[in-house]
Design a protein around this ligand. Structure first.
Ligand code: ADP
Length: 262
């Protein structure tokens, strides 16, 4: 029996995945605060609680995400890029391109048939087109981001969101609201903007099937639908998509622990 954990400390959320002999046996997801070391510990404890396992049984812990060095109790670290490639390959072995949209960054990753990184492109430091962009703009519409996924269904005249900067886009959304624009059309305009930026990134590595969409924004069904329409390709999305970085981290630990990949 080999029990390993992957802990992904992102800009917005902490995720943990526990793998036993290559199968997922526990997971956790919680917002991050200011004490990232504690968030990382809580993420592991919560996943252990779900799996009914003890900390001493865990043979390897790998940290990933922007806060990976806060996983101070772990043995290994690996970048999110490497982890998303491995994790996407685990869920969808035919994956050749990964689009990861998280809280503050977007990455397009070209992946080999073994789940290794071949090439990648990332957004610049600005949060345009990321989860934060959608969170702030949903707020300007009076919604939480988790409520706007299906809102664009039935949009008839999507607005053009011209500002990519989150702060200016928020003002632009507020101005559309003040002018009485239908929230469906505003949300459809936001999704078009996020998807356009993602497509430019993906074009830098090459868009090819199979494409797997990961990160918290892949939980937004409106973004998924818009991406599928624009690409005219099927796009893999799993209920575990927000955990893909943590899955990849756990797999890295499994390899280091000397077990063959599942
Ligand atoms: P990070 O790894 O940078 O912390 P995540 O991959 O966890 O980021 O993604 C966080 C983003 O996911 C949020 O900013 C939000 O836009 C989006 N998100 C999270 N949960 C949902 C949900 N239920 N519906 C729609 N979007 C969501």
């Amino acid at each position: 029996m080999t029990l390993v954990a992957g802990v992904d400390i992102g800009s917005t959320t902490a995720k943990c995945i526990l793998l036993e002999d290559g199968a997922i046996v526990g997971k956790s997801l919680a917002p991050v605060g200011v004490e990232l070391v504690k968030d990382a510990e809580r993420a592991l404890e919560k996943a252990l609680g779900e799996a009914g396992r003890e900390r001493r049984e865990v043979q390897a812990v790998t940290g990933t995400g922007y806060g990976r060095f806060k996983v101070t109790f772990g043995q290994y670290t690996l970048t999110e890029i490497g982890c998303h490639a491995k994790g996407a390959h685990y869920l969808f072995p035919g994956t050749r391109v990964v689009l990861d949209i998280g809280g503050q960054d977007t990455k397009a990753i070209k992946v080999s048939d073994r789940g290794e990184v071949v090439d990648f492109a990332m957004n610049d430091k600005c949060a345009a087109g990321t989860g934060r962009f959608l969170d702030v703009c949903a707020g300007a519409l009076g919604f939480d981001v988790s409520e706007i996924g299906s809102l664009s269904l039935g949009a008839r005249h999507p607005v053009k969101v011209t500002n990519t900067c989150t702060v200016f886009a928020e003002s632009e959304v507020s101005a559309y609201v003040a002018r009485g624009k239908d929230p469906k059309d505003i949300v459809a305009g936001l999704y078009a903007s996020v998807v356009s930026r993602s497509l430019s990134l993906m074009q830098r590595v090459g868009v090819e099937p199979e494409l797997t969409f990961t990160g918290g924004v892949s939980r937004n069904e409106g973004v998924v639908r818009t991406l599928r329409q624009r690409l005219n390709l099927s796009v893999n999305v799993s209920p575990l998509s927000q955990y893909v970085g943590a899955i990849g981290a756990a797999l890295h630990g499994l390899e280091r622990a000397g077990s063959p990949p599942p």
